[in-house]
Design a binder for this molecule. Structure first.
Ligand SMILES: [Zn+2]
Length: 154
């Protein structure tokens, strides 16, 4: 998203709208589908040499759940977008990279049904629980197994 400096010469601007996600290079694994980015910005010049943009960005992404691989749609919000850029040109300032970075930083590392207040399908929940119990039992054996043998020798 580019801000034309000429538009700011007469004072701050309040901008809002929707942007196609394609320009923001939000591809992580290639399995995600992004909704359009909705933004609301207050943009102003601070003196002659700095541009300040503040506002919010909302979007959503459909990704496979990290636990069960079922697709989930996760809202992604940047509620306090703030970007101060040096004015190094007469024409326009590009906010694309900063917006991209903030969107990706607000995305959980391993999005799952838990992130949207949901549950994975029951069969997956059962399998994960069984795995966890088996893991605990195995760890207990590894930790105390040697001592058990010690007891048996007495
Ligand atoms: Zn899931």
């Amino acid at each position: 998203m580019k801000i034309r400096l000429a538009d700011l010469r007469d004072g701050p601007l309040d901008l809002q709208g929707e942007l196609a996600p394609a320009a923001y290079d939000l591809v992580i694994t290639g399995h995600e589908q992004w909704s359009p980015l909705t933004y609301r910005f207050h943009v102003e010049l601070l003196g002659e040499h700095e541009l300040l943009a503040r506002g919010s960005i909302h979007t959503a992404v459909t990704v496979p759940c990290a636990r069960c691989l079922e697709p989930i749609t996760l809202p992604v919000r940047v509620p306090d977008f703030t970007c101060a850029m040096p004015v190094t040109t007469e024409e326009s300032i590009d906010l694309t990279l900063t917006m991209r970075e903030d969107i990706l930083l607000n995305l959980p590392m391993a999005p799952s049904h838990a992130d949207i207040g949901g549950h994975c399908p029951p069969q997956v929940e059962q399998r994960c629980q069984a795995d966890a119990e088996q893991f605990t039992a195995q760890r207990r054996n590894e930790t105390w197994g040697a001592l058990d043998k010690f007891n048996e020798r007495e």
